[in-house]
Ligand binder design. Structure first.
Ligand SMILES: *Cc1c(COP(=O)(O)O)cnc(C)c1O
Length: 425
């Protein structure tokens, strides 16, 4: 067999395997049933000296690797926010890996750059986001939020921190609620701002940021010589999908000239539904916004869409043009390597294009509405159940609840009881 014949044979077999995997996925235990080091110890200490055949490699994939996989695509997966793929997304990802294009500059694959510009503007309009925003695809929300904080930092310092380092800017401050995602803390650390300059604002009974506390902390900080840089507001927190009051937060940011970044990593997809747009009053004042199609928009990991009001500031923060990266078209096109951290970039726009075209806007809306209505039904069932308790508003399709038996237990005992109910396998 030639290499191409062999590729064709196994590619067909693997596609069959994938189709069966998806049909049978509920038969797998969601969580891998292995102990630490079990897989590691099954893999030889030394790599093979000579090439092995694909049939043997695949056998080991099934026997050694698969038992150590946690099945995120299982409908029984409830561990984190889902990271749901779909067939159209998978098909596009096959083509992406076959093309193997590096989509750093326009010239390194013009179609990738231009499709990225088009699908991100599709999404912006599908979600009712301000038409003056521009989108770019990043790998994750963590990267997008880091890009936001770095851009805020550079704009604030008139790009002098990029030039001279932090020496004149040691007292920058970033604000978020106590419920915001750990990626904010990571970004603040990496951006050189320092963890002690991340101010965590308290939340109300709905787990949303208390804007009066935000204002008070900012005023206090200004009085004490700190420099308020950025507020990260959550549209759907990780703990309970709480939505921070964007209107009031945006007024505060505008008053003090502070960058407003919105982390909508999970719940942003809900904005495809016009009925959720009343939650976004004030959003148009934001400087940046991130959401992950790889969470709740049927696009396989990784795909995070980052929108900015001022793309020039983003590019000015990241652009570096050594001799070997100069191209003749540089001033006419988007070179997305200047819109974020990595130089090399995968062709992620293709899978978004496949997903949006295959489902259509209406099809995507129907799916999201269905998920939300299932959640509402379950919320109702739990509410009617005397020994269960809903713990946070069900804003989207996540339900936080616990078992609370009649005989009143202490908070501690309830926590312990509920922890024990969580499946370990
Ligand atoms: C999942 C999540 C993140 C992190 O997303 P990555 O793409 O894995 O970096 C950030 N913020 C919120 C609110 C999230 O739900």
């Amino acid at each position: 067999m030639t290499q191409t014949e062999e590729f064709r044979k196994y590619a067909h077999e693997f596609v069959d395997w994938i189709a069966d995997y998806y049909s049978d996925i509920e038969k797998y235990p969601v969580k891998a049933q292995v102990k630490p080091r079990e897989i590691f110890n099954k893999i030889p200490v030394l790599p093979p000296e000579t090439g092995e055949n694909m049939a043997d490699i695949f056998k080991d994939f099934e026997n050694i690797i698969l038992p150590g996989i946690t099945h995120w695509q299982s409908p029984n997966f409830f561990a984190y926010f889902p990271a749901n793929a779909s067939y159209p997304s998978l098909l596009a990802e096959m083509l992406t890996s076959a093309l193997g294009a590096q989509c750093m500059k326009w010239e390194t694959s013009p179609a990738a750059a231009e499709l990225e510009a088009r699908v991100t503007s599709w999404l912006r309009d599908m979600m009712g986001l301000p038409s003056v925003w521009t989108g770019v695809i990043q790998d994750t929300a963590s990267t997008s939020t880091l890009a936001a904080i770095l851009t805020a930092r550079e704009k604030y310092s008139d790009y002098l921190i990029n030039l001279n380092g932090m020496k004149d800017y040691s007292d920058l401050r970033v604000y978020c609620s106590v419920e915001t995602h750990s990626s904010i803390e990571k970004a603040v650390k990496i951006a050189g701002i320092g963890n002690s300059n991340l101010v965590k604002i308290g939340t109300d009974g709905n787990f949303a940021m208390i804007p009066s506390e935000l204002r008070r902390r900012i005023e206090e900080d200004i009085k004490n010589g700190y420099k308020p840089l950025c507020v990260v507001a959550a549209f759907g927190t990780t703990g309970s999908t709480a939505v921070d009051p964007l209107k009031e937060i945006s007024v505060i940011c505008r008053k003090f000239g502070i960058w407003l970044h919105i982390d909508a990593a999970y719940a942003g997809s809900a904005l495809l539904l016009p009925e959720f747009r009343s939650l976004t009053d004030g959003l148009e004042q934001a400087d940046s916004f991130v959401f992950n199609p790889h969470k709740w928009l049927f696009t396989n990991f990784d795909c995070s869409v980052y929108f900015v009001k001022d793309p020039a500031a983003l590019v000015k923060t990241f652009e570096i043009i050594p001799e070997y990266l100069k191209t003749l078209s540089d001033n006419k096109v988007n070179n997305y390597c200047d819109w974020g951290i990595p130089l090399g970039r995968r062709f992620r726009a293709l899978k978004l294009w496949f997903v949006i075209r295959s489902f259509g806007v209406k099809g995507l809306q129907e799916k999201l509405r269905n998920h939300i209505s299932i959640a509402k039904t379950i919320e109702q069932i739990i509410t009617n159940e005397k020994s269960f308790e809903i713990l946070a508003p069900v804003n989207f399709n996540v339900i936080c609840f616990r078992y609370k038996p009649d005989n009143l237990l202490s908070e501690e005992a309830l926590n312990c009881l509920n922890e024990n109910l969580l499946p370990n396998t």
